[in-house]
Design a protein around this ligand. Structure first.
Ligand SMILES: O=C(O)CCC(=O)C(=O)O
Ligand SMILES: [Fe+2]
Length: 316
């Protein structure tokens, strides 16, 4: 397993205040907005320290995640979906350390309850409560970041429709300690195929991002930080202005890694189409219109590194 070239280069930003209701015309908001844009253009990701999502809730989330992954394999397999990345995915030869669940619309109490009841027919209020609270806060944070991004591009008029026409999947992941103390791939290199992702991990590091210059950067999260990742769809919609960063997980050490990620996606009928304001002589159209579901169908049968360019890129 090749070592990362750099320990930390990506910006870590601070979300001001103790709740997510940051006043949107404040100087703090405007300051954050320009830093977010710069990070999204240059790195396609950034760390975000956010005390508005309490440390206690994060701890609870990782505790209940452990009880989830400790369930028997047969029970975990009950969670299935026709959509890729939404089912329970057990360990497999490509990613032998990883198990994951994708939960649709997890902030909605009905969806969270249905997931909980499937795995614990006798009920598990502690799990369900932590799931709803964490998913709700992370989705809220996702939309705040989306708003900052759209405003920074002068595209805020699209915010409400993007929000209304979105869906979410909350992914819960467990990476087990690699055998024989070696470092080993936890998750293979990829770009996220959705709009925007926010990740949260327990104290075990492992996420690495590839800089535009081609260096692997190993992220060193501080305890209260989240990581924001630009997905392929936001890169396409912004006509390539934002960077969809390639990333992977590399495991080492002697502790299991747990992470959860809130992935915002477009609703099924939404077409991703570059708005005309983002096309001009300096920025000729780079992506043709497409839907997320068609893009995912393409990707799952043609897994490749530059799926977005191959699938939707406009060749000049
Ligand atoms: O576990 C992590 O930190 C990264 C997960 C990830 O990149 C993904 O699920 O797309
Ligand atoms: Fe990812």
């Amino acid at each position: 397993m090749g070592e990362a070239d750099h320990i930390q280069e990506i910006p870590f930003l601070e979300f001001p205040g103790d709740d997510l209701d940051l006043e949107q015309e404040s100087e703090e908001w405007k300051g954050l907005r320009s830093k977010v844009r710069e990070a999204c253009e240059t790195y396609g990701c950034f760390g975000l320290v956010c005390d508005a999502i309490p440390a206690k809730l994060r701890q609870e989330m990782f505790m209940v995640m452990k009880t989830l992954f400790d369930l028997p394999e047969e029970t975990k397999k009950k969670h299935s979906s026709t959509k890729p990345y939404h089912s329970y995915q057990g360990k497999c030869p490509i990613v032998p350390l990883l198990e994951s669940f994708g939960i649709d619309d997890a902030p909605q109490p009905q969806a969270a309850q249905a997931f909980t009841n499937l795995l614990w027919p006798e009920g598990n209020p502690a799990f369900c409560g932590a799931l709803i609270s964490m998913a709700t806060k992370m989705l809220e944070l996702n939309f705040i970041v989306l708003k900052l991004i759209l405003e920074s591009l002068g595209m805020e008029k699209y915010y409400n429709s993007q929000k209304e026409n979105s869906a979410s999947v909350f992914r819960l992941m467990k990476y087990t300690v690699p055998p024989s103390n070696d470092s080993a791939i936890g998750l293979v290199t990829h770009t996220d195929k959705n709009i925007l992702t926010i990740l949260c991990q327990n104290e075990v590091q492992g996420l690495e991002v590839l800089s535009k210059e081609g260096n692997w950067i190993r992220l060193n999260f501080c305890k209260d930080s989240f990581i924001v990742i630009i997905g392929d769809l936001l890169k396409a919609w912004t006509n390539g202005r934002l960077h969809a960063v390639r990333h992977r997980v590399v495991m080492n050490g002697d502790k299991d890694r747990y992470s959860c990620g809130m992935f915002v996606l477009p609703g099924d009928t939404v077409t991703i189409e570059v708005p005309e304001e983002l096309v001009d002589n300096d920025h000729p159209l780079r992506y043709r219109p497409f839907t997320y579901s068609d893009y995912m169908s393409f990707f799952t049968s043609n897994i490749c590194d530059d799926a977005l360019e191959v699938y939707a890129g406009v060749r000049s």
